[in-house]
Design a binder for this molecule. Sequence first.
Ligand code: FES
Length: 352
Amino acid sequence: MAVRKLAPEELQPKSFAFSPENEAFADQQIAKYPPGRQASAVIALLWRAQEQAGGWLPRKAIEAVAAKLDMAPIRVMEVATFYTMFNLEPVGKYFIQFCGTTPCALRGAGEIKKVLQARVGDSGHVSADGNFSWLEVECLGACCNAPMVQINDDYYEDLTPQNFEKLLNDLAAGRPVKTGSQIGRRTSEPYEAVNTLQDPSLYDGSVVGAWRKRFEETAQEGPTEAPGLEQRAAENPRAGKPDSGRAIGRVIETPANRVAEGKPPIDEKDRADAASKDRATAVEPRKDEADKPAPQSSKSYVAMPSKPEEGAPVAESPTTPIAGTPPSHAETRRDGSESKPDVVVDKDNKTS
Ligand code: FES
């Protein structure tokens, strides 16, 4: 990802103003949003400004958009510098966005890139004749016809070094070129041979007809013998919320229900059962291990009180540095290791 910054001052035009047509377009976009939300139109206006400026966004165009939308210029700058759809430096008459993402890379995008480097030069620079500049971008969504590039507003797909070089020559010479697949594929139909979805029944309606026939036959047979919902609920009652409409077969014993029946919320038998030691899950240590110390690392730890007045011993050298102590002056680190000693430089520039 290239660094995205504004073009050098010497390339920046002295002024920018929307054309009357684009001014009207801007008003139309702003009117789409509620009052006070005109900033939502920022991308549309930046895009128009870029078109008007010849395919890139000078600083003055960004400021004009900010003024139009009553936004701080830095806010518009943030948008313009974030999205790669906005060019911050001048571009060639034909601006080529080269897709270098995996599907295109697997289908030979590397060779296309070599053509660009040889024919146009480095990415981000306009060719000497002013015709071309290029930028590597992420997937442009035409992976089926990889490798591909976008030139200005059009896609050129199924590229090979040969047909791509010819395409560039034709564009430079002003000859008509073909957009889309360069090998005659229609849209993204299968490459070379059609090997899938060949069953004629997929297209003559017979598959849909078979389904419809089954539905019609089922409808003619009338209702099935299977028990309905109500019958099944009566046969197998399950508890449900009273307002769910489902039959309630038994009352669940909850504390609320017990209280409603005038009983204590917890059954005394259940309470005694829960308190019984027999039900406790605590495990007695094995006799042969009872006296062994708990396993721990070779480090020794001193229990530190949170407050000195609690009586526990207080370490002379606290493990936590006093707030504001520079790291180099802390006597110990949190992990107990010694901190780096101070380095003293004498007047002869010797260290000790
Ligand atoms: S990977 Fe190139 S268009 Fe998707």
